[in-house]
Ligand binder design. Structure first.
Ligand SMILES: *Cc1c(COP(=O)(O)O)cnc(C)c1O
Length: 388
């Protein structure tokens, strides 16, 4: 390289810094105030930090599907690989048609998203602006405050009830400027579930001028008896928007694909602020194939059910309490979660500390395969003994 400074350093560095600060200060204050989303630690990063082999690391931190993706989804992607030079179908006709058939809705009621995260943001962009507000619960999914803030709207956080949504408090928080209420059912990171009757009663009372975003990212894991007929409610509540994802039970998190169901007029608004090609062609093809592989989905749900039993039994044996969860993860109270987490990492086990959710005594662990769950329980026992 020699000792000559690269050309761009010829530009006086002090001016450069000052200009940059001036530039960034022109970003709206509500954007500058956003605290970035904290994702689960990637396996490769922990391997580097702790000098561990990647294959010895167990990651139970992002509610990913431990069985991977359906082989039919993988095969479907191979078929479209050869056409990857072409833009995807911006209307997602084949995927929307499959969804319309499965869920008994019209094509124009469906909005496709780059993960359901995209749909939460599209809802925020379509309905929120400075001078409006959105309501979400304490301990609810972190994307709701992020999407609200990025739109310049005011976030109203209502206190949780037993770690779940307090629907009465949410109703009482509605103001003249409220445009959206975000509800996660089941909720992440707590796993709490609202009952169907309770939710319907809530929808009856929400003013029709407030959009209810019902985030059902984990709905496939619910036993039939615990499911709400949320899609049926669309006929009754034009202000309801349901989001679903292929990231969790369908095992396609890396592809980024989800969908929203709503009244056609509401769907139309989201589609106006949507990037024309927000869902790539591999994701569209894989999602269609994944929906057809019902046997794989059932297997995933069953593995999750037995893994949940295994983990919660193990936690109880250690004398730890957890929040009963309807998802593919469970929040466990460990005391000094930061210290326990560090000790788990040293043993090659990645889970999710949720201090950023205001739960510094908890760790959230995703349900894995039987051997992964066992590794987690063993490592946790070790960590607790060291703490002890
Ligand atoms: C994981 C998750 C999502 C979104 O995941 P995508 O991968 O963006 O579809 C949405 N809501 C909740 C509550 C989640 O836990």
């Amino acid at each position: 390289m020699g000792d000559r400074a690269p050309a761009h350093h010829a530009f006086p560095i002090t001016h450069y810094k000052y200009w940059l600060m001036e530039l960034c200060n022109l970003s709206p204050s509500y954007v500058r105030a956003i605290a970035p989303y904290q994702p689960g630690k990637p396996i490769a990063e922990l391997a580097r930090e702790m000098h561990l082999a990647e294959e010895d690391i167990v990651k139970l931190a992002s509610n990913e599907n431990p069985l991977g993706a359906s082989p039919r989804a993988l095969a479907a992607m191979e078929n479209v690989l050869m056409e990857i030079a072409r833009y995807p179908d911006g209307n997602g006709f084949l995927l929307k048609s499959a969804l319309a058939e499965k869920y008994g809705v019209a094509l124009k009621q469906i909005v496709l998203g780059n993960g359901s995260n995209d749909l939460l943001e599209l809802a925020a962009r379509a309905f929120l602006a400075p001078g409006t507000s959105a309501i979400y619960s304490q301990y609810a999914f972190a994307v709701y405050p992020l999407a609200t803030q990025a739109a310049g709207a005011r976030g109203i956080e209502t206190p949780a009830r037993e770690y779940g949504h307090d629907l009465k408090a949410m109703l009482e928080a509605i103001g003249d400027d409220t445009r959206i209420i975000f509800i996660a059912n089941p909720n992440n990171p707590t796993g709490t579930l609202l009952g169907s009757a309770e939710l319907e009663h809530f929808l009856d009372q929400v003013p029709h001028t407030v959009l209810v975003v019902l985030d059902e990212a984990y709905t496939e894991y619910l036993p039939e008896a615990q499911r709400s007929n949320s899609i049926g409610w669309l006929k009754k509540y034009p202000n309801l928007l349901i989001t679903r994802t292929f990231s969790k039970a369908y095992g396609l998190a890396g592809l980024r694909v989800g969908f929203a169901l709503a009244h056609p007029e509401v769907a139309d608004l989201l589609n106006r602020v949507r990037q024309p090609f927000n869902v790539n062609s591999l994701a569209q093809a894989a999602a269609v194939a994944a929906m057809q592989d019902e046997a794989f989905l059932e297997e995933c749900v069953e593995i999750n059910r037995s893994g949940m039993e295994q983990i919660t039994a193990g936690l109880s044996q250690m004398g730890l309490s957890h929040i009963p969860s309807a998802g593919n993860f469970v929040a466990v109270k460990v005391g000094n979660a930061a210290a326990i987490n560090h000790s788990l990492l040293k043993q090659g086990v990645i889970v999710r500390p949720i201090a950023n959710y205001g739960m510094p005594e908890f760790l959230r662990v995703s349900i894995g395969l039987e051997a992964e769950n066992a590794r987690f329980l063993e490592a946790l026992e070790q960590s607790l003994a060291q703490e002890g």
